[in-house]
Design a protein. Structure first.
Length: 64
């Protein structure tokens, strides 16, 4: 059990949900809802993928 400032920080950290999902898949125990973690991880992955795709499409910081 963590004290309150650290528990709140843990709940907004996306790596917490990745590790918690891996633990749920391995041993079947989770600290948070696995569906929420999957949705959050998928959403972050989609946003970062779109940013990467957009940068490649525009040629962001590519030297000729």
């Amino acid at each position: 059990m963590q004290s309150e400032p650290f528990r709140s920080f843990t709940q907004i950290n996306p790596f917490f949900y990745l590790i918690d999902g891996f633990r749920y898949g391995a041993i079947g125990i989770a600290d948070s809802d696995p569906g929420f973690g999957l949705g959050l991880s998928s959403g972050v992955n989609a946003v970062l993928g779109w940013i990467g795709w957009d940068w490649l499409r525009r040629g962001y910081r590519l030297k000729a």
